[in-house]
Design a protein around this ligand. Structure first.
Ligand SMILES: [Fe+2]
Length: 294
């Protein structure tokens, strides 16, 4: 092959790869996937109809049709009895000296989700940043949309005749050396011990998974914790389906998306709906989790 031919072939190959990457980015940022899971609780009885939970996370600035119609319809399609929203549904950006807020779209998406089934919201780190930037009150905003806001709180509820305790909290779960000592006396631990003190099935919403993975959360008497924050590792390696990057964990994180078991506790780690700011997702479709609780 002469030089000219080689350059042409390389150019064509590069163009094909760039085109395929662009197509993949469009798919991974727009076409929501429903992933299915089963959670077996202590009162498991195969004769009882499952309670269906839908879980979503990390909307940020993502757009899924007018008023979030595409997302709302996906959630509706799993026919949920209860919906868990694990934070970062609000965000802000500073760009060219201007501040952009996700407020209007996020609010209408939450309003539309709340019409499907009883919905619960726990706080994400970007929600806190949005609250500071917008001057609006996050709790009031979420409650105004018809959604129960859980921050170091829980509700005891009956769903399809079964008892559940549904709680939510926000904790940084940092990795400092003295974390364990700080954790022992922390509000987060105090809350969890109180939250877990019930015979009902315990479902917890916590944006950041860190607390449960790394911080010697010593009780783990919760049936399931629903998390987000890692956006599925942003880009995933196809075939082996491994995440590439997660905040705090760095490259090729051990935890990025899916179901993980820690003793009797199951973690459902949602891959969310957005990339990171201007960086699109790749091989990582936005996710609505459907969890059959049996
Ligand atoms: Fe996020």
């Amino acid at each position: 092959m002469n030089y000219e031919k080689l350059v042409k072939t390389a150019g064509r190959a590069a163009g094909t790869i760039a085109g395929a990457a662009a197509c993949e980015a469009v798919i991974s940022d727009n076409f929501i996937q429903i992933t299915k899971y089963v959670l077996k609780t202590e009162d498991y009885d195969r004769r009882v109809e499952p309670v269906i939970a839908a879980a979503v996370s990390d909307l940020h600035f993502s757009r899924f049709g007018k008023d979030g119609r595409l997302l709302v319809n996906k959630i509706k399609s799993v026919n949920p009895d209860v919906i868990f929203i694990t934070g970062d549904f609000f965000d802000y950006k500073n760009f060219s000296g201007k501040t952009f807020l996700s407020s209007d779209y996020s609010k209408v998406v939450l309003e539309n989700i709340s019409k499907i089934a009883p919905s619960y919201f726990s706080v994400g780190n970007h929600d806190i940043r949005w609250e500071e930037a917008s001057g609006e009150n996050l709790r009031q905003t979420v409650e105004h949309a018809g959604i129960r806001f859980l921050n170091y709180e829980y509700d005891d509820v009956k769903i399809k005749g079964r008892d559940f305790r549904i709680g939510g909290f926000f904790d940084y779960g940092v990795f400092e050396e003295d974390y364990y000592n700080r954790w022992i006396g922390s509000e987060a631990r105090k809350f969890l011990l109180d939250f877990e003190n019930t015979d009902a099935a315990k479902l917890l919403l916590a944006h950041r998974p860190n607390t449960f993975i790394y911080t010697k959360y010593d009780n783990r008497n919760t049936d399931a914790v629903f998390c987000g924050h890692y956006h599925g590792g942003l880009w995933r390696i196809p075939i082996i389906d491994k995440g590439i990057f997660a905040p705090e964990l760095g490259f090729f994180p051990e935890y990025s998306k899916g179901e993980y078991n820690f003793g009797d506790m199951t973690m459902f780690l949602n891959s969310g709906l957005e990339g990171y700011s201007f960086v699109p997702r790749m091989f990582n479709r936005p996710e609505v989790m459907k969890i059959n609780i049996i």
